[in-house]
Design a protein around this ligand. Structure first.
Ligand code: F6P
Length: 367
């Protein structure tokens, strides 16, 4: 009797709204159309190293479309090629890829779908080069993955950040304060740019455009002079001043990407207060941006990317990621995806559009 196809699904890196919608879409399509068995790897690459998995049935996929997080769990630390182990109180790194290959054999996987951000997909590419048939799906609130115009999770994060900015607007107005809203995005400014425009931020600071504190202070003072006695500043966690450095919140030694950004909002708050004498408060949106139910847009995108990934399994198009370009679902090679991150281009039309409305990016002094 012919053995049923076995598809492994792994979710790695930071979670975001829409992961479960992808799991549901991939799994249902190959179960219904190919009678495939689905193996859910538990806790991302951690589960692949330590052989932790569970079989998913159709019933497990029911009711998860709208649920945030990942039903499989995830890890931001485990990397099979550089796996952190504590030995005699010291942290050492080991290549566990051989063990991972054995585990994939033990699980009898015919292929794997890896749902993750740039780090997770980079590891997926290495696995592919080592012989594992892999399909990637781009997941991150940061929207910084090459080869796709948009990642699922981004719209939900922008929605949450915008909701925060809207609420801070009213209290900023009442108290005639500067309100700084720090948003995530790692080294890319997509969340700040979109939520800043959607929330009507007066100043938007993104990593791609280093800022000058003088230009920011001048803009805030100008607004005051013209009767706008409050200002809203949306700052990406990865933003930095001209010639300055990013603000690091913590170093996670076990992680392949150990630097966790955060805190720029507070640094900026003090600088603005010192430069203008205007009372300033900072709010960090933080992990709220990764929590809760996906927006309808993200549910649709996740479903589309999930079914595309399933179709790519059916066509045996391994070594590729499902992506979306100009509203078309596409396959992009994981090699292309692993080349770096997608930053906001300086010539992006949204930057020009915002500038034309007198939104400042903190880089130019007003004439
Ligand atoms: O990549 C997603 C992301 O939320 C980034 O925006 C942020 O810099 C980072 O993860 C936070 O990581 P952690 O969950 O480890 O705090």
């Amino acid at each position: 009797m012919k053995r049923r196809m076995r598809v492994g699904i792994l979710t790695g890196g930071g979670d975001c709204p829409g992961i479960n919608a992808v799991i549901r879409a991939v799994a249902r399509k190959v179960m219904l159309e190919n009678d495939a068995e689905i193996i859910g790897i538990v806790d991302g690459y951690e589960g692949l190293v330590n052989n932790k998995y569970r079989k998913l049935e159709l019933a497990d996929l029911s009711g998860i479309l709208t649920v945030g997080g990942t039903i499989l769990g995830t890890s931001k630390k485990a990397n099979p090629y550089r796996y952190a182990i504590k030995q005699d109180g010291k942290l050492i790194f080991r290549d566990m890829s051989k063990k991972v290959m054995d585990n994939i054999d033990k699980m009898e996987l015919d292929c794997m779908v890896v749902i993750g951000g740039d780090g997770t997909l980079g590891i997926a590419y290495k696995l592919f080069k080592d012989g594992v048939p892999v399909i990637g799906v781009p997941k991150t609130i940061d929207n910084d993955i090459m080869g796709t115009d948009i990642t699922f999770g981004f719209d939900s994060a922008v929605w949450i950040a915008t909701e925060g900015i809207d609420r801070l607007h009213t209290t900023a107005q009442s108290h005639h304060r500067v309100m700084i809203v720090e948003v995530m995005g790692h080294n890319a400014g997509w969340i700040a740019l979109h939520s800043g425009i959607a929330g009507g931020g007066d100043i938007i600071l993104i990593p791609e455009i280093p800022y000058s504190i003088d230009a920011i202070a001048q803009k805030v003072r100008e607004r005051h002079k013209h009767g706008k006695r409050f200002s809203i500043i949306v700052v990406a966690e990865g933003a930095k001043s001209k010639g300055g450095e990013v603000v690091v919140q913590r170093i996670v030694k076990e992680s392949s990407d150990p630097i966790r950004l955060g805190g720029i909002g507070f640094v900026l708050g003090k600088q603005i207060e010192d430069a203008t004498g205007i009372e300033t408060r900072t709010v960090v949106m933080g992990h709220l941006q990764r929590g809760g139910s996906p927006t309808p847009f993200d549910r649709v995108l996740a479903t589309q990317l999930g079914t595309k990934a399933a179709e790519m399994i059916q066509k045996r198009q391994f070594g590729n990621m499902a992506g979306i370009q100009k509203y078309e679902l596409v396959k992009v090679s994981l090699e292309e995806v692993s080349k770096g991150i997608k930053k906001v281009p300086l010539g992006h039309p949204l930057i020009a559009s915002a500038r034309s409305l007198d939104t400042s990016f903190g880089d130019k002094k007003i004439r």
